[in-house]
Design a protein around this ligand. Sequence first.
Ligand SMILES: Nc1ncnc2c1ncn2[C@@H]1O[C@H](COP(=O)(O)OP(=O)(O)OP(=O)(O)O)[C@@H](O)[C@H]1O
Length: 211
Amino acid sequence: MVSDSSRLILKGIYKSYGEQSIIENLSVSFEYNGIYSLFGPSGCGKTTLLHGMLGIVPFDQGDISGLSGRRIAVVFQEERLLPWSTVEQNVLLVLKHHYPKELAKQKVDYYLEAVNLINYKHSYPRQLSGGMRQRVAIARALAYGGEVLILDEPFKGLDIKIKTKIMDLIRQEYKQANKICLLVTHDRFEADYLADEVYYFEGPPLKLNKT
Ligand SMILES: Nc1ncnc2c1ncn2[C@@H]1O[C@H](COP(=O)(O)OP(=O)(O)OP(=O)(O)O)[C@@H](O)[C@H]1O
């Protein structure tokens, strides 16, 4: 089979947890150079789909193409920050093997500024609010960069002003050839604001309702 490198394709995906079928014969594809929202109610299986794509949980069946070998940045539902490291160190950590030291530091400052946290770079996660910690996780993913950006409910707890500022930045950086951004959300405003295309899901089992 010839693989199509301009698309990320999921084909015939199945996933169950015990007796509960979460994903049943789902096929969906995304084009590089696209920003997509995966919109659907809480519990329908969106996170399971993302985690399967990332290899965090194994799918029971199905094929994924167009993802391996790509650099992937992720914002998970939880911030996953190191509590013993400062905000700056948390972001730097993921950059240090990918960029020279000075460039890495510049990136940290640029993205902390972008999420309105530059004045907190020497703070520890416990000194921040939940929404601020979430913004550190967003800054970390954007600074890391990559061809694929996966966002799982990244804007919860953020006010509309900062949320739209961050979404504008993401559009600027991901509306480019050879890049994909996938946003999982059950917030209709976010889904419409960020994406070129909104995929509507229901479930479980997760079903693509319409695009
Ligand atoms: N590790 C697990 N073991 C058993 N069931 C699970 C597990 N993870 C998820 N589920 C179940 O799978 C279903 C889908 O969960 P999932 O987190 O994928 O939904 P979601 O659409 O992302 O929801 P939300 O928007 O609330 O995050 C739920 O019914 C959940 O209870």
